[in-house]
Design a protein around this ligand. Structure first.
Ligand SMILES: [Zn+2]
Length: 262
């Protein structure tokens, strides 16, 4: 599969037609433009989704669309805020904690839905049998909207539209936001987008509330006793990042094989 083009925007019309008649899978990488700690650039989730989409396409075939740096988020509930270490009275959307120096670009949910839906519809109308929404941003409402788009387009068009999240437990680092997993992946993909020295030196602990680095377990069940980061971004290496991406590609392949239509 390595000898053919993977990027949709580089394909000639005759090559697109071959894609549609052949593997007939189009991938839309989707992420966010979001605060990922002081040590990481904001394009993380999207660079991540794009790398996994390209990795899948190398194995399964298909055309990968240019990545969309758009994502959505919601106001956090007082219960979730308490789990992270806040008092619960704060008004916080997504990962935009009060201590952050720049704001994330969270799109209103309905605008996000419209943009993704349209991009997917173009591909359905073009005749792709499968359209995969490859998502690197773990917000509950983003995952829900993508599932809804997948269901709706799968029943209203002749295409199968599939929402595929790229993060999995067991990859070698706990799933979370801006912690070890994402930092290692970003180091592997966009080394100029990571600067570990922007964080305090070890062994100083990193407060969840101070850096907006929070793992999934903390979001759902609460953090450790001192509300500090569990999967330390300062332990990230390029080698770990590469092996995580490999793991994610394999897991996505496993799930997609059960869902795509041939
Ligand atoms: Zn992220």
């Amino acid at each position: 599969m390595n000898d053919h083009k993977l990027k949709f925007e580089e394909m000639l019309p005759c090559e697109l037609l071959n894609q549609i008649k052949g593997a007939s899978i189009a991938y839309i990488p989707i992420g966010s433009m979001e605060w990922h700690g002081p040590h990481m650039a904001m394009g993380m989730d999207t660079a991540h989704a794009y790398a996994v989409a390209l990795g899948i396409a190398e194995r399964l075939g298909g055309a990968v669309l240019p990545p969309l740096y758009v994502g959505t988020e919601k106001k956090r509930s007082p219960e979730t805020l308490k789990k992270i270490g806040f008092s619960g009275d704060e008004k916080i959307t997504g990962m935009d904690f009060p201590n952050n120096t720049v704001k994330s670009m969270y799109w209103p949910e309905e605008l996000f839905r419209t943009v993704i839906q349209q991009q997917a519809r173009f591909l359905c109308d073009m005749g792709f049998q499968n359209v995969v929404l490859v998502n690197g941003h773990g917000a509950d409402n983003q995952i829900m909207v993508l599932e809804q788009i997948a269901q709706e387009l799968s029943s209203s068009t002749n295409s199968r539209v599939i929402a595929q999240f790229v993060l999995f437990e067991g990859s070698g680092a706990g799933v979370g936001h801006a912690g070890l997993l994402e930092t290692a992946v970003m180091q592997a993909l966009v080394p100029q987008g990571v600067d570990i020295t922007a964080l305090p030196e070890k062994p100083e602990k990193l407060k969840n509330t101070e850096f907006a680095i929070v793992d999934s377990e903390t979001f759902s069940n609460g953090g450790n006793d001192d509300n500090t980061v569990r999967y330390d971004p300062r332990d990230a290496t390029v080698a770990l990042g590469k092996s995580i991406i490999q793991y994610e590609v394999e897991h996505c392949l496993k799930e997609l094989m059960l869902k795509i239509e041939r």
